[in-house]
Design a protein around this ligand. Structure first.
Ligand code: PMV
Length: 326
C-alpha cells in the first residue's frame, strides 16, 4: 500500500453541566461540525514522522516509541503502544494533521486528533477500529495530555452525536438536534485557561457555600432534562433560557471571566436566544443559540470582541475513515 489514508474526528461542546459534573451531576456533550483530519502513509523505514499544521510542530517516533521533537505529540507513543498491545504490527508511517478546531479551547481538539490519528493508522493496516475501542485508546491518549480526563471527549469524538454523562456511569448516547431554524455559534475568548485551576476554584467556592451550593448542583442536573426535552420538542426559546441559567450557575461559582462575560452579553444583546460558557471557563469558548435570521448580526457583533467565531452544526458523525487518497 503506498497511498495516503485519511481519517477525521469532530470537536465537541458541553451544552450544559460542566463543573457540576465533577461532583456527580449530569452533563450533556455534543459533537460539532469542526473536524481534525489526519492523513497517514507508509514509510520504508523508522522513525515515523508526524507534522501538525495547526500547531506548526513536528516530531519523529522511533520503532521503540521514543519521541524526538515537539512535546505536543506526547500521546503518540501511548497510541502506538496500545495498538501494538492489540496485535497491530505497526509499520513506519508519516502522519500529517490538519484541523478546524482551535487548540486548548475546550473544544476537544486533542481527543479529536488522537482519535483521527488512531483511526487512520488502523485503517492503513486494513483494520479500522470500532468506535468503542477507538474511544478506549483515545482515553489512554487523553490521560497523557490532561492527567485525569472525565471521559467525555474521547467518547464524543469517537461516536459523534450527543451524550449524557455522569461520573461512574456508562455515557448514554442521546439525540442532540437543535430546534429548527436555529444555529449554534461558538466564539473563542482568545484567552487560554488551565482546566485544573478553574475546576479547583469552582470546587472551593462550592464547598465553602455548602449546603446552599448543593442546590445549584441539583438544579444543573435537572436542567439536563429540560435541555433534552427542549431539543426533542424543538423549543428554541426554552433551550436558550436553559443556556442562560446554566451560565448563571457556573458563573456564580467562579468559572467565568471578563472575556467570557463580554461575549455572553454581546451575543444576548445582538439577539441570541441564550449564551453560556462551554467547558472549563476562565477563557476558552462561549456558545450562543441563534435564530438563523439573527445569525449574521450576532456573528458580526461577536467578531468585534473575539478572534475566532463560527456557526457550527451539532450532533455530527464521529470519527470516520475518509477517502483512501488525500
Ligand atoms: O474545557 P474542557 O472541555 O476541558 O471541559 C472541562 C469540563 C469540566 O466539567 C470543567 C471538567 C471535567 O472534567 O468535566
Amino acid at each position: 500500500m503506498s497511498g495516503w489514508v485519511k481519517a477525521s474526528a469532530p470537536g465537541k461542546v458541553i451544552l450544559v453541566g460542566e463543573h457540576f459534573v465533577v461532583k456527580g451531576s449530569r452533563a450533556i456533550a455534543a459533537s460539532i461540525g469542526l473536524r481534525v483530519r489526519v492523513r497517514v502513509r507508509p514509510l520504508s523505514s523508522w522513525p515515523a514522522r508526524i507534522t501538525s499544521k495547526p500547531l506548526n510542530a513536528e516530531a519523529r517516533v522511533g520503532e521503540d516509541g521514543a519521541l524526538r521533537g515537539s512535546w505536543v505529540f506526547k500521546q503518540v507513543p501511548v497510541i502506538l503502544g496500545e495498538l501494538r498491545r492489540m496485535g497491530y504490527s505497526l509499520d513506519p508511517f508519516e502522519a500529517i494533521i490538519e484541523s478546524d478546531i482551535p487548540p486548548a479551547a475546550g473544544l476537544g481538539s486533542s481527543a479529536a486528533t488522537s482519535a483521527a490519528l488512531t483511526l487512520a493508522l488502523t485503517a492503513l493496516h486494513g483494520d479500522p477500529l470500532s468506535p468503542d475501542v477507538l474511544s478506549r485508546v483515545t482515553y489512554e491518549a487523553e490521560k497523557v495530555i490532561h492527567g485525569k480526563p472525565s471521559g467525555i471527549d474521547n467518547t464524543i469524538v469517537s461516536f459523534g452525536g450527543g451524550l449524557v454523562y455522569r461520573i461512574g456511569e456508562e455515557p448514554r448516547r442521546v439525540d442532540v438536534r437543535l430546534p429548527k431554524g436555529t444555529r449554534l455559534i461558538v466564539a473563542h475568548t482568545g484567552r487560554g485557561r488551565v482546566t485544573g485551576e478553574i475546576v479547583a476554584r469552582v470546587l472551593e467556592n462550592a464547598e465553602a457555600l455548602w449546603p446552599s451550593a448543593s442546590l445549584l448542583y441539583e438544579a444543573s442536573d435537572r436542567l439536563v432534562d429540560i435541555v433534552l426535552d427542549a431539543m426533542k420538542r424543538g423549543d428554541a426559546a426554552l433551550l436558550g433560557r436553559a443556556f442562560n441559567l446554566a451560565h448563571g450557575m457556573v458563573s456564580a461559582l467562579g468559572a467565568s471571566s471578563i472575556e467570557i462575560e463580554v461575549l455572553v452579553h454581546k451575543a444576548r444583546m445582538a439577539g441570541a436566544l441564550g449564551a453560556k460558557l462551554t467547558g472549563a471557563g476562565g477563557g476558552g469558548c462561549v456558545i450562543a443559540l441563534a435564530d438563523e435570521s439573527r445569525l449574521d448580526k450576532i456573528i458580526g457583533e461577536l467578531k468585534l470582541h473575539s478572534p475566532w467565531v463560527r456557526g457550527v452544526e451539532v450532533g455530527v458523525g464521529g470519527a470516520r475513515v475518509e477517502d483512501r487518497k488525500a
